[in-house]
Design a protein around this ligand. Structure first.
Ligand code: GLA
Length: 385
């Protein structure tokens, strides 16, 4: 990847990049749609990553190239704004724009991007691009920003240039990941703890549905609003409630269920999921992976029937492994409406599982099934320069 990136950079810009950064995709073990509700999440950075080669220019032009699409895009700093006809430049431009917004003098730059994070698979390829860009510019501009500030800038890039009002999980995991650990992140205080992820004979296997339904970003923003509505209704009676983190199921029984069944279902999922994560994390810390795995199935059921962010392809993949003793936990991962399931699978059964699942999925859904065995790696880092 590094050699290929250097070569593409030389072909386009005449020299090697002065800096080459790697920023990973992420998995999330449990705690879905909890980040923007001030809850907890349990993500980790993985071995699939984006690679960004970058050099500053002496003028105010930004020249970008995405090696995977063989597409280029250029713009002047003074004209920075979201691009309508392509999506990938927005993650980089949105990240660069954060420097301008903070009053940090941005210079023109040349950049080449390569990635092996599958796109639309729910592994946060966009967050990885944002983190790589913010991290690289911070280094080259000597801006001295700390990692947490960079995480927040990367999240803002997604809000402002991609229009998805995402929580902080993806950018946090990409930037802050630590090899062989999951991150227990409190999305309210942003306090975090690295929890050793000892899988003793298990592997993390991702099955990619290879669909991304177009609903994904609009429904995501709708879910956020539904959660906010529940908080408004509860806080009218319990003023100390600021987010679903502060809400109990009893409060929902009293103040939300009588008003609206749909809002109740959505918010009840989140309230349950925040608790499930804390219990699941406890399971992990006590080495009880079976109990954690059972909670992953519960999370899937909640995401599918209460939060309504699953789809038939994801449900198929989870239902097919539910009674398989080699799979101790499985669920859809990320925002939903396609992407991957995350599975904890006995090491020696991975091949057999793939051999069973693939033809079943492909013949029913008429779509390819791909899979990845993920290893947990460090967050954003310099590879060269
Ligand atoms: C997407 C968002 C995250 C998070 C997940 C759902 O990945 O970017 O912030 O909300 O969905 O848990």
């Amino acid at each position: 990847m590094v050699a290929k990136l250097n070569q593409t950079f030389r072909e386009l810009f005449g020299d090697n990049p002065s800096l080459l950064v790697r920023s990973p995709g992420r998995i999330n073990i449990i705690g879905e749609h909890t980040d923007y509700n001030d809850g907890f999440v349990l993500p980790a950075a993985i071995d699939k990553a984006v690679y960004l080669g970058i050099s500053l220019r002496t003028d105010d032009e930004i020249h970008l190239h995405a090696g995977d699409f063989n597409e280029s895009f250029s713009i002047k700093i003074a004209e920075l704004k979201p691009v309508a006809r392509m999506s990938w430049p927005n993650y980089m431009l949105g990240s660069a724009a954060q420097f301008v917004k903070r009053g940090i003098k941005l210079q023109g730059f040349n950049a080449v991007l390569l990635s092996d994070v599958p796109i639309g698979a729910g592994m946060s390829s966009s967050a990885a691009v944002e983190c790589a860009t913010v991290f690289a510019l911070n280094t080259l501009l000597n801006a001295n920003l700390d990692r947490l500030t960079m995480v927040k800038m990367a999240q803002k890039a997604e809000h402002e240039y991609a229009g998805v009002m995402c929580g902080i999980m993806d950018q946090f995991a990409s930037m802050m990941g630590k090899k062989d650990h999951v991150i227990k992140l409190d999305c309210r205080s942003l306090e975090y703890e690295y929890v050793p992820f000892n899988l003793s004979g298990l592997k993390v296997v991702l099955f990619n549905t290879n669909v991304k339904h177009s609903l994904a970003s609009s429904e995501y923003n709708t879910r956020r609003k539904e959660c906010e509505t529940a908080v408004e209704w509860v806080s009218a009676f319990v003023p100390e409630v600021n987010s679903l983190r502060d809400v109990t199921e009893e409060m929902l029984d009293k103040y939300v269920l009588p008003k609206d069944k749909l809002i109740d279902k959505r918010s009840r999922f989140v309230v349950q999921e925040i608790k499930r994560l804390l219990d699941g994390c406890n399971d992990l810390q006590h080495g009880n992976l079976q109990a954690l795995g059972r909670k992953m199935f519960e999370t899937h059921d909640g995401l599918s029937t209460m939060y309504s962010v699953s789809c038939k392809e994801l449900d198929f993949l989870v239902d097919h492994v539910r009674n398989n003793d080699a799979v101790i936990g499985a669920r859809m991962m990320g925002g939903g409406f396609g992407g991957c399931t995350v599975n904890l699978v006995n090491e020696e059964s991975v091949n057999q599982l793939v051999e069973e699942l693939q033809p079943a999925y492909e013949s029913t859904m008429n779509l390819p099934l791909t899979h990845y065995v993920a290893s947990i790696e460090n967050g954003t880092e310099i590879m060269q320069g």
